[in-house]
Design a protein around this ligand. Structure first.
Ligand code: GAR
Length: 202
């Protein structure tokens, strides 16, 4: 089978992007990143992609009259390169239904909590403030909601009394870097099947 063609959307430091690029390089993930797009000019993710010779574009949301126009420009950048799976890696924007329609069940996200607990921003801090004893990360398909799509895989980490929101976030991030490439590999192998809300790994 040909390597799965990925398009990565990222807004920030891009450590999950790096983990995916590393897994591809090590032969653990049978995929190729066709393009990286960011909504932020200063996203370090763009730099990381360029270092690897991957086309990386900043598309400025403010240069489009509406959110839909912006999303269509991002979709065009992905479609031009025949991207088969859109990978959100710290992409801090909700995508419009127009964008979703183009990538239905072809878009995944990683969230730093055990969904459906603690969706939205600063999930690690939310979990720490709530006082849960375990948290973790979730890879899920993207649907119309905020962090509500079908769950593909999760990893659990303990929360210790000595933790701060920051140390918890670090422990979760370590698992993100393992879980995301591993889950993408399951998709690349064609082993992931969605039945309603439930995702089966064959
Ligand atoms: C990651 O912790 C990711 O789970 C989170 O943003 C961080 C991005 O880090 N995503 C969300 O909170 C999405 N709701 P990175 O840029 O180093 O990969």
């Amino acid at each position: 089978m040909n390597p799965l063609r990925l398009g990565v959307l990222a807004s920030g430091r891009g450590s999950n992007l790096q983990a995916i690029m590393d897994a591809i390089q090590n032969g653990e993930l049978d995929a190729s990143i066709q393009v990286v797009v960011s909504d932020r000019a200063d996203a370090f993710a763009l730099e990381r992609a360029r270092q690897q010779g991957i086309p990386a574009f900043y598309i400025d949301p403010k240069s489009f009259p509406t959110k839909i126009d912006y999303d269509l420009a991002v979709a065009a950048a992905l479609e031009e390169r025949d991207v088969e799976l859109v990978v959100l890696a710290g992409y801090m924007r909700l995508v419009s239904s127009e964008f979703l329609a183009r990538f239905h069940l072809k878009m995944v996200n990683i969230h730093p909590a055990l969904l459906p607990a603690f969706p939205g921003l600063e999930a690690q801090r939310q979990a720490w403030e709530y006082g849960v004893k375990f948290s973790g990360c979730t890879v899920h398909f993207v649907d119309e909601g905020m962090d509500t799509g079908p769950v593909i895989a999760q990893a659990v980490v303990p929360v210790y009394d000595t933790d701060t929101a920051e140390t918890l976030a670090e422990r979760i991030l370590e698992q993100e870097h393992r879980l995301y490439p591993a889950t993408l590999q399951l998709i690349a192998e064609g082993r992931v099947e969605v039945v309603g809300r439930r995702v089966m790994v064959r």
